[in-house]
Structure formats: C-alpha cells, structure tokens
Ligand binder design. Structure first.
Ligand code: C2E
Ligand code: CA
Ligand code: CA
Length: 406
C-alpha cells in the first residue's frame, strides 16, 4: 500500500495485479492526482474505507479479481453509502463492462465510465475530464489548500480559468445561461478546484482581485457567445467579502458596459459564507446592483448560510436551492419537503427558482413535476471550458429531441 499527500482529491485504485496498480497511480500522478491509495484486494479496500480517518472521492476498480470481484466489492460500497465516483477498469469485453456500469447506476453510484485494459493515458484523461470532485467543507483539514503567496501569484499570472456549467429551463430543456465556476490551471498540480483556494483568497484579502478576474473574463465570454448568436446569460459567484467594497457596483457596471453586455444578462450569486457582522455595506452594494438591473441570486438556499434573514433584507430575484436538497429528493421525504418548501417560498416572492445538483434521470424526472423553473447539474452537463459549450449545445439538443420523441 502506498500513500502520498498532495492534491486535495483522494483516489483509491483497486486491482489484483501489482503492475496495474503502479501504472494507474503513475497515470493519475501525471494528471496532478497524487493522493492515491492502492490496494490489491477488495476486503483490504473495504477495511480502509471503514477506517474512520479515510475518505475517498473516486475509486478505480478492476472487475475481475480472485477473492472478491468488482461487482461484489461495489455492492459492499453501496452498503457503506459510498458517495464518491467509480471507474471500472477491466479486460472484460465491453458488454460486461457496460452491464457493470448499468448495475452501479441502479445502485445510484456515480460511474464516470469504463477503462478498457490495457488503460491508456488518453482514455483515463477523457474520464477524469468530465469529473468534478465533490465539494467539501472549506476548512476540511483533509483537503489540501494553498498558501496565500501561491494563490496571489496564480491570480497575478493569469492561471485562473473560468469553466461554465449550463442552466436549462426544466419544462422545455431550453438553455438559458451558464454559471461561472473558477478553476486554477496549476503548472504542477493540474486542474485545481475552487474549494482549495477560494477560502484562502477570502481569508487573506485576495478575493477582490479574484472576483474581478473571474467577472471580467465571464462578461467578455458572454459577449463572444452573444456575438455568435447564443442568447445566454452568465452567473458569477460573488463572495460576501466582495461586498465590503463600496465601489463594487461601479466596477461590475463598468466591466459589463465595457464588454457591451446588458446588466440583466449578468447574475451575481451570493452565499452568506460567514456571519455578517455589519450588514450595511452588503445591503447598500446589493441594492445598488439591483437598481442597475443586475440579477441577484441567493445561492445554496436552505443550508443555513443563505437564510431567511437575507431573503427579507436583500432584493434577490433568483433562488437557488442547494444541491443537498435536490439530488435524491424524489426518494427521500425529508429532502423533498425542504426542497418543495424552498421552491414555494421562491415562487411566492416572485423569484426565479433554480435547482442545482440535478445529477441523474431520476432527479430530472422529479424536477419536471415540481414546478421549479431552471435546472443545473451533472445530468445536464458538468462544468466545462468555454470552447466546449457549442459542442455540448448540439448534443443537448439531440438529447432533448430524443426525449420528445420517446
Ligand atoms: P456553488 O456555487 O454551489 O457551485 C456549484 C458546485 O457544484 C460546483 O462545484 C459544481 O461543479 C458542482 N456541481 C454542479 N452540478 C453538480 C451535480 O449534479 N452534483 C454535484 N455533486 N455537484 C455538482 P465547484 O466548481 O467545485 O465549485 C465549488 C464552489 O466554489 C462553488 O459552489 C462556489 O461556492 C465556489 N466558487 C466557484 N467559483 C467561484 C468564484 O469565481 N468565486 C467565488 N467567490 N466562489 C466560487
Ligand atoms: Ca453558485
Ligand atoms: Ca450552490
């Protein structure tokens, strides 16, 4: 067993062939995933998972192993309420792999796909690219965060890149816009997710610069899409720490005007990430943004950060129900009750309602009967670089066509 600590993402590789373990760990390291644990038998892997201080985000699993095969292992994973993702790696023919994939989806495990043996770097890259590691608590000691100086340098060097996740109308499938999700293209660690640096930026006064870089790129991108005939809107995440600078509305308005896009096509998503000690500046700033006709969205609604007090005080026009109340709500009375109550609240206040975390067909089917207006989540699309949007749009239209005909 080998363990190293670097990337915030934790991956477990399970295969009875030692050579395969080495090869896969090596390939993962090349992608910047260095916190990789390897194990050569199912029981060993389960023992590891049962250990209190161990958590894993992704498992690469061989199907055919002598003692416990991959299917049995995966069932035991389900019994342990494993919530990460899975990639099958196997020399079995494609149909066997496909069946294994379907079986796991039925168990509600996220299967990123299958990797035929011998695995290739490109095959693995394709699977990893569409994977967004799960969101963890900001202060989680287990996830690597970066030092202030590194984050500052990243912003200065232009290493932050915007990815975009589509939002669609639940009733029609029409694509209305995208949410901007920042990533750090790290020269050594590869693609780094925001949970590893947003908290650092917030804590050390870098968020102002970060938001400005992200917003400027997002409105510039919106202008390009609009010039290409795509009638989209773009949402940008704004930190509560941005809302202490009284010149923020003017900055946003200036950027938007310079890019030649309309304020109504720019939505600012706000989560209350910490106690608002003095609410006066945020109130003033958000009210001014609203007067300038920017969209204001209350993000992560229902988590306790985004509270009723905010709804009362701030002129939000969109409510995003947190994904923890969306995914799986169809099968869970508690989640459904919270989801539906949030939705009703939004509707009564004349807000646009958005469900995030629509991960699979069951979530989507549930949403279609819920009265929620917009949806966002892996089922529709994972966040992607801007260049991939046109291709995704074409495939989404095809998918929607398929549903209409079905
Ligand atoms: P968020 O605003 O709640 O963004 C949604 C997060 O959920 C994204 O994670 C997205 O990739 C993920 N997600 C989308 N669909 C699904 C799904 O179906 N299932 C699951 N399990 N997850 C889904 P990401 O990109 O890692 O971003 C994490 C958080 O980092 C964001 O949460 C947001 O709070 C923050 N963030 C991202 N970009 C920025 C930024 O530019 N500025 C600030 N201040 N915060 C940002
Ligand atoms: Ca958001
Ligand atoms: Ca959210």
């Amino acid at each position: 067993m080998m363990m190293t600590h670097k990337s915030p993402v934790r991956i477990l590789v399970l295969d009875d062939e030692p050579f395969m373990l080495k090869l896969l760990a090596h390939m993962l390291a090349a992608h910047g995933y260095t916190q990789v644990t390897t194990c050569d038998n199912g029981q060993g892997a389960l023992d590891l998972i049962d250990a209190a201080d161990y958590a894993t985000d992704l498992i690469l699993c061989d199907l055919n192993m002598p003692e416990m095969d991959g299917i049995e292992f995966a069932r035991k994973l389900v019994e342990r309420r494993y919530s990460g993702s899975l990639i099958w790696v196997s020399g079995e023919d494609d149909r066997v792999l496909q069946t294994a994939e379907t079986l796991m989806r039925a168990h509600r495990v996220t299967v990123l796909g299958r990797l035929q043996k011998p695995p290739t770097a490109q095959g693995l890259a394709a699977l990893l690219e569409q994977w967004t590691p799960p969101k963890r608590a900001r202060s989680s000691a287990a996830s690597r965060t970066y030092a202030v100086a590194e984050v500052r340098a990243a912003i200065a060097r232009g290493e932050l890149v915007n990815w975009y996740q589509p939002q669609v109308v639940v009733g029609t499938g029409e694509v209305v816009g995208v949410e901007t999700l920042v990533r750090w293209q790290h020269p050594v660690d590869g693609l780094v997710y925001p949970d590893a640096f947003i908290g650092v930026a917030e804590a050390h006064g870098l968020i102002k610069d970060l938001t400005r870089v992200v917003l400027a790129a997002a409105v510039a991108q919106l202008r390009e899409w609009r010039a290409a005939g795509l009638e989209l809107r773009v949402a940008v995440n704004v930190s509560m720490d941005d809302l202490v600078f009284l010149d923020f509305p003017d900055f946003v308005a200036g950027q938007t005007a310079a890019a030649g896009v309309l304020p109504k096509d720019v939505i600012l998503e706000v989560t209350e990430s910490q106690l608002m000690l003095d609410a006066r500046a945020p109130l003033e700033i958000l009210t001014r943004l609203r007067l300038k006709r920017f969209g204001l969205s209350i993000d992560d609604f229902g988590t306790g950060h985004s509270s009723l007090v905010q709804l009362r005080d701030i002129p939000f026009d969109e409510l995003k129900v947190d994904r923890s109340f969306v995914h799986g709500a169809w099968a869970n009375d508690t989640l459904r009750a919270i989801f539906e109550a949030s939705l009703r609240l939004g509707q009564q206040l004349n807000m646009v309602t958005v469900a995030e975390g629509v991960e699979d067909q069951a979530d989507w089917d549930f949403l279609r009967c819920s009265g929620c207006q917009l949806a966002q989540g892996y089922f529709i699309a994972r966040p992607m670089p801007a260049a991939e949007l046109p291709g995704w749009l074409a495939s989404w239209r095809e998918r929607m066509q398929g549903y209409r005909e079905a």
